[in-house]
Design a protein around this ligand. Structure first.
Ligand code: ATP
Ligand code: MG
Ligand code: ZN
Length: 525
């Protein structure tokens, strides 16, 4: 049977642990001077060596070697490695989180070690214990017998009660630097007779984001087909989902104002069937990361990224000003909400790239432009808190920009009207309306969505009564459409067979609507 790399290559002695030098130093010293603590708390990101180090520490206190402990080769060390040593007990708190489990533990704590010097209890995922279990554990932690030691491990120390924290010696495991990750993987590859390029190693290391286990898992997948040579392309192909690197690269194209390169890159990225909408979401989070990196000095923990990845982000975010990040976020969110019901999300994304890369955020005058135009300044406080749940409203944006001098306030991105799948959008609108008003079924079966323009949507009713009924419900229908497309549009209602008779002109209607909503005075030029 195949054993996963991260299982096959678990460090057995302190010197094999990658990174965590600060912890290794303390523990080695405590073992050498027989001054180990009776309770430890190992905290830190997944896959950075908590469980591994706990086992090595357990060996250290039970190793019979005269030299450096643990030796990894004496009978006790070997038994602990194999999991057959009576005095080292591992408990997974995620599945044994009740008071009963801890009471059992307390019972067994009373008996002296059977074969070793110390009984060691390793409680993994300790934050999963119930309140009752924590209380039961506390008693034991307060007065543990002389020859008992606890090692608690968790990725979420903030979930532990203060009473537990204060009774343990806390050691924080850090994300492992990429260089070390790459080195460690390189060694494993040499042992396995696999040739792996530096580019491939670097890419895997960047993706592992400081977790040794994640790195090994990626490497594992790259060689799962029995490959003896691993190149960067192989890793890229396996990774499938776009890594931070891809977003950095694409964003660079935007910064350098290279729309065609951007589109080509996108083509390359999407070539293996990645989901366009997911990709947009991830790109949007990349911009959020850039934004946060601009304001927060050490965003590693907040963003859950390694310091190398943060450094790359910082380099990029330094070359962007706030306005540009803001524009990108707005443009991407708008595209995302439009893409929701579109049959052609990819075209929308391409259009979005072009707009972002050519400064055409407000592209009223596409053909005439030669030199790049400076983007309109938006005050910092207008930085929209954009989320998918609340797509940005067009009129809100305009009104918050204030009435720009000249023709500023009426510039608008051309809505990619044709790309809506009218039937499913209309269907989706009624899914919702139906639950709120039963009689909406009438409209649903008797009308069709037949056109969406930048400012209006048109529905076609099969008879006059329905047309009237729809018009009486204009407000609700417009609200629902806005909700689903992220943009306010006025409704036109026409009778089947008739031409499209326009209602109130769209811009005016939007202005009225905005005035009412935001108590503003908007003039249309
Ligand atoms: N610092 C490290 N040095 C070398 N290998 C490591 C290190 N950290 C993790 N590994 C590798 O990852 C595997 C899992 O590590 P370990 O179980 O110690 O992680 P953990 O921090 O306990 O993770 P989790 O929070 O998910 O429990 C190990 O078997 C080993 O192959
Ligand atoms: Mg663990
Ligand atoms: Zn030993």
């Amino acid at each position: 049977m195949y054993t996963a790399l991260y299982r096959a290559y678990r460090p057995e002695v302190f010197d094999e642990i990658l990174g965590q030098g600060h912890i290794v130093k303390i523990l080695k010293n405590q073992i050498a001077t027989d001054s180990v603590s009776h309770a430890y708390l190992f905290c830190g990101t997944r896959g950075t060596g908590k469980t591994t180090t706990a086992r090595i520490l357990a060996k250290g206190v039970n190793c019979t070697s005269e030299g450096e402990r643990p030796c990894g080769t004496c009978a006790n060390c070997r038994a602990i490695k194999e999991g057959s040593f009576m005095d080292v007990v591992e408990i997974d708190a995620a599945s044994n989180n009740g008071v009963e489990n801890i009471r059992e533990l307390r019972e067994s704590v009373k008996y002296p070690p059977a074969a070793g010097r110390k009984k060691v209890y390793i409680v993994d995922e300790v934050h999963m214990l119930s309140t009752g279990a924590f209380n039961a554990l506390l008693k034991t932690l307060e007065e543990p017998p002389e020859n008992v030691m606890f090692i608690l491990a968790t990725t979420e120390p903030q979930k532990l009660p203060a009473t537990i924290l204060s009774r343990c010696m806390r050691l924080d495991f850090k994300r492992v630097p990429e260089e070390l990750l790459a080195k460690g993987m390189q060694q494993i590859c040499v042992q396995k007779g696999i040739e792996v390029s530096q580019g491939a190693l670097r890419l895997i290391a960047a993706h592992a984001d400081g977790s040794v286990r994640d790195g090994l898992s990626i490497l594992d997948q790259c060689i799962s087909g029995g490959q003896k040579i691993v190149e960067r392309e192989d890793v890229l192909e396996f990774l499938g989902t776009a890594g931070e690197e891809v977003f950095l690269e694409l964003t660079d194209k935007i910064i350098l104002q290279q729309p065609s390169e951007g589109i080509l890159l996108l083509d390359h990225i999407l070539a293996d069937g990645k989901d366009v909408r997911q990709f947009m979401k991830d790109w949007l989070s990349h911009y959020r990361n850039l934004l946060i990196t601009k304001f927060i000095k050490r965003p590693e923990d907040m963003l859950g990224l390694s310091s190398e990845n943060v450094q790359r982000l910082r380099k990029q975010s330094d070359s962007l000003d706030l306005v540009e990040i803001n524009h990108a976020i707005i443009e991407l969110s708008r595209t995302m909400s439009e893409a929701k019901w579109s049959t052609q999300p990819r075209i929308l994304l391409e259009l979005c790239i072009v707009k972002m890369a050519t400064d055409l955020i407000e592209p009223a005058n596409i053909p005439a432009r030669t030199a790049p135009v400076r983007k309109q300044k938006i005050p910092v406080q207008e930085l929209a808190a954009v989320s998918e749940a609340e797509p940005l409203r067009e009129e809100k944006r305009e009104s918050s920009l204030g009435k720009a001098p000249g023709k500023g306030s009426e510039k608008k991105a051309p809505a990619p009207e044709k790309s809506y799948d009218y039937d499913s959008l209309w269907h989706a609108v009624f899914e919702e309306a139906e639950t709120s008003r039963g009689s909406f079924n009438l409209i649903r079966s008797g009308t069709k969505l037949t056109e969406i323009t930048d400012e209006t949507f048109t529905i076609t009713a099969s008879n006059t009564a329905l047309k009237e009924y729809a018009e009486n419900n204009r407000q609700v229908l417009e609200d629902l459409m806005e909700k689903h497309t992220g943009k306010r549009r006025g409704m036109n209602c026409v009778l089947e067979g008739e031409g499209c008779m326009r209602d109130t002109p769209g811009a005016e209607r939007i202005a009225q609507e905005a005035e009412r909503k935001f108590s503003l005075n908007i003039e249309i030029e």
